[in-house]
Write a protein that binds this ligand. Structure first.
Ligand SMILES: NC(=O)CC[C@H](N)C(=O)O
Length: 228
């Protein structure tokens, strides 16, 4: 599979993502620039983490207007795979490819730490290869990660089994302390109704190399490669 990793002005996890896909997972990767108007034949588009346009006006609000986003939307509309990590997730909600919004964390602070995630569904390429009972240790680093959706939107997300991950504690249980940002229903990631667009706030690419002593994130990429 050929992956495309998009760099926006202010992206800072683009090279981490390229490294994991290319060097750890052995995949072909095309670096895409936000001003490109072609996806250069990639099968799977990744919008990486960072601070596109300095997070003005809201995280992702300006990046959604980048020239490449028209092509990303066409790709998704045709059923092509798109994944947004952290700032990438914010760009996907801003552009309407995913429902809901990422609001400021409820403590109004930037949070950088390891959290635990449990897959919420097996019906997606990114979760199908994961252990439904396991808590995966994955880092977060965001100031605007509190997933919010109006009641009717949230109902359709839940009814359509679109939640990909919940924040849990190390024992894979939801607890008062497991949700770092106050997101509704402890949601850490969702997919679209077509199940080809994924968004998540935690960073699996930061936990995919044995040198970092945590390869839990590598399982997410293995699942993608197996089921996409
Ligand atoms: N790691 C990131 O992608 C940063 C996310 C984002 N711009 C925020 O602070 O909310």
């Amino acid at each position: 599979m050929k992956f495309g990793v998009v760099t926006f002005p202010g992206s800072n996890c683009d090279e981490d993502m390229v490294y994991v896909l290319e060097t750890i997972m052995g995949q072909q990767v095309e670096r895409l620039w936000h001003k490109d108007t072609s996806l250069k034949g990639v099968d799977f588009v990744v919008l990486p983490g960072g601070f596109s346009y300095g997070d003005y006006l809201r995280s992702g609000a300006i990046a959604k207007l980048s020239p490449i986003m028209g092509e990303v939307m066409n790709h998704a509309d045709k059923g092509g795979y798109v994944m947004g990590i952290c700032n990438g997730f914010q760009i996907l909600t801003e552009s309407g490819l995913l429902q809901g919004a990422l609001l400021h964390n409820n403590n109004q602070k930037f949070i950088c730490k390891n959290v635990y995630l449990k897959p919420a569904t097996s019906n997606s390429a990114i979760t199908k290869g994961l252990d439904a009972a396991k808590a995966y240790k994955i880092p977060i680093a965001h100031g605007e990660g509190r997933f919010f959706a109006p009641e009717d939107t949230m109902k359709s997300i839940l009814d359509n089994d679109q939640v990909l991950f919940h924040y849990v504690n190390e024992e894979a249980q939801v607890s008062d302390l497991s949700n770092p940002n106050g997101s509704m229903h402890d949601i850490a990631g969702i997919c679209n109704p077509g199940r080809n667009v994924f968004g998540m706030m935690p960073h699996p690419e930061r936990a995919a190399d044995a040198a970092l002593a945590n390869e839990d994130g590598k399982r997410f990429f293995e699942s993608i490669l197996k089921y996409c």
